[in-house]
Design a binder for this molecule. Structure first.
Ligand SMILES: N[C@@H](CCC(=O)N[C@@H](CS)C(=O)NCC(=O)O)C(=O)O
Length: 213
């Protein structure tokens, strides 16, 4: 019988994306927690030389980089597809993922959520300068994602794709911060987040830290 393991840190957005994809594909998996800090040490460092999470182990095939994990899962279990067949939708999906990886996650994650939620949880005051430097990038990313969404149900068309799965977790955390007000011009994006959050795959894998209250 095949065995699928995700090594991840509690609360990690990228780990959450990998888990959502596995549940969408009905691939049973085990989450092995890598405590924060342990990701910098062996044995995790041997799985991921850049010391990040998640890492997938599928029957001994070890893979890191969330995009690569999602694309692998999508080829392994083709149904339901997580990539559009329409070339323009596929291009938008890739663009949204590129924006997430290159700009949005860094600004929203370490820039806003890291300061507003995680620093505060450790008893530290948020660094307002870091938050303020991140806000313009977050604002641009939200505006672009809203434009991609348009009047459709998902970020790259009328079906769930890798773009929705990769973008949702950081959006969920952002909405727990005072910078949730950056969504005010984008009610469609908020509605998309609510639709996504009601999916079984999202609810079943939701980290405790991402829950309201
Ligand atoms: N490009 C990587 C990014 C993964 C990443 O940045 N993960 C974060 C958690 S969401 C992490 O491991 N942070 C720990 C650190 O930077 O020390 C991917 O797509 O998997």
């Amino acid at each position: 019988m095949s065995r699928t393991i995700i090594y991840g840190t509690p609360g990690s957005t990228y780990t959450w994306s990998a888990q959502i994809a596995l549940v969408e594909k009905k691939i049973p998996h085990e989450l092995v927690e890598v405590a924060f800090g342990a990701h910098l040490q062996p044995p995790h460092r041997e799985r991921h030389p850049f010391a990040k999470v998640p890492v997938l182990d599928h029957d001994g095939f070890v893979l890191y980089e969330t995009q690569a994990i999602l694309r692998y899962i999508d080829q392994l279990v083709p149904s339901p597809p997580l990539q559009p067949s329409d070339p323009r939708d596929a291009a938008r999906m890739n663009q949204a993922i590129g924006i997430l990886d290159a700009y949005f996650w860094r600004a929203a994650g370490p820039g806003v959520v890291g300061q507003r939620l995680f620093a505060v949880m450790r008893g530290l005051a948020p660094d307002e300068a870091v938050v303020q430097a991140a806000v313009p990038v977050v604002r641009t990313a939200l505006s672009e994602l809203d434009r991609f969404l348009g009047d459709r149900q998902f970020l790259a068309g009328d079906r769930l794709t890798m773009a929705d799965i990769m973008v949702l977790p950081i959006v969920r955390y952002l909405l727990l911060t005072p910078e949730a007000s950056l969504f005010d011009p984008h009610p469609r994006l908020r509605a998309w987040c609510e639709r996504m959050s009601s999916r079984d795959s999202v609810r079943e894998t939701e980290p405790q830290l991402a829950r309201k209250g």
